[in-house]
Ligand binder design. Sequence first.
Ligand code: HEM
Length: 451
Amino acid sequence: MPRGLGQSMLATAKPSGPKNPWLAYATLYRDPLGYLTRAARKHGDVVHLKIGRKSDFLLNRPDLVRAALLDHEKNLRRCVNRPLRRLLGTGLLTCRSERHKHQRALLQPIFTRERIVALGDVMVGQTTRWAKKWRDGATVDMAEEMTELAMSITAKALFNVDLSSKSAELRDTLATLLQATRFKNLVVTSKQFERLSLPFHRRFARAEEKLDTEIDAMIAERQNGACDAPDLLSTMLRLRRQSRIGLTDEKMRDQILTFFTVGHETTATGLMWTWYLLSENLEVAKKLYSEVDHVLRDRLPSGPDCDRLQYTRMVFAESMRLYPPIWLMTRRAVRDVKISDLVIRNGSYVHLSPFVMHRDPRYFPDPERFDPERWTPEAAATRPKFSYFPFGGGPLQCIGEGFAWTEGILVISTLARKWQMRLVPGHRIELDPHITLRSRYGMPMVLERRK
Ligand code: HEM
């Protein structure tokens, strides 16, 4: 893809859409990834679905994605589905846009590069402890393993809390809550349905209560102690003591739950797909092991090694291209918006899908092929910005991006020093779009000790 093509196409953002929108919505509901991909290939850069006054746009071109995320962020508000909004309350992901800027500015200093690099030892320490229980030849579900590992890393790095003994229980509690965010379950969690006492709703309420109790205990325990540690929880308590933010316990709970949930679920998903792709692409795996052995020799990695583990970074980047943990971002227009020659009326929904864009052959030739060489600096420089956007962009861009890259590279290299994983032969892989892109039947893999 020649550089600048995205710009020269600015004048041609003509919407086109399916003839039968009812059928389109039904297919979208049944198979969102398949439908969005086919619709983008068929209708082009702007897919428009309309029934009555409800209008949905899928924007599928880098300059349009950029305009939605950066240039029109005041006119296009982030939409988070109802169960997630209910769960995360007024945390950074779900708070009103007026509060967002203030909260973000307060929390941003926790995520400086130096701080994240310094957290490398926590990430590596949690990973080595985790892998101690692995046995040569054992079969494990990498979806569960990566979730529990990422959970314990997030808890230790951001809140200085050790969750090792509780991680399986917490994983199940969170799984119950996040089940509601599955694309197909959204109806069951709509406002009208919520009034019914369905088993699904009772399970949701019980899980929510359990998590609240854990978090309340965490706040209470730290409240009385020193708040001078650089982690997120101490920083929030310190700011509260200095009266710089009006944080009630409930608001603290929302923030903690936001960082805990978003912080582990996304990275765990990215890591799970990475192990799957390495198991299916042995030449790539060989090259990765060779880099890890060469750079680390007989020692464990640490934060500063991330700059030297270039191929590991490329593998993680390519894995998030094919399986972006956040596969869809949605915005609602709060006034009429014009993006190039496309008019988006107040109340319309705008969808941006990294999954669809990352598999567009205009930017990624032979898109289904797992090829980390796409991420050499020279190759990456030929593509327009926002042809790849696993972390979003603009003022709402992932605040944990640096944390996620460091964690991804360090977990992969720590585990790859000693282990390789093979997908259980014949296991069926099917995508399952929740908030993150899951694997419907898990990811059973056989562990093989390397040395
Ligand atoms: C591979 C891992 C990750 C991916 C792919 C990812 C992706 C994203 C994306 C796409 C958004 C923006 C959503 C939108 O624009 O609507 C986002 C926001 C956010 N992410 Fe991440 N994320 C990852 C890891 C993390 C980590 C490790 C943390 C915490 C340490 C984190 C915390 C957040 C928060 C708090 C927001 C809301 C930011 C705001 O609105 O200011 N994420 N993430």
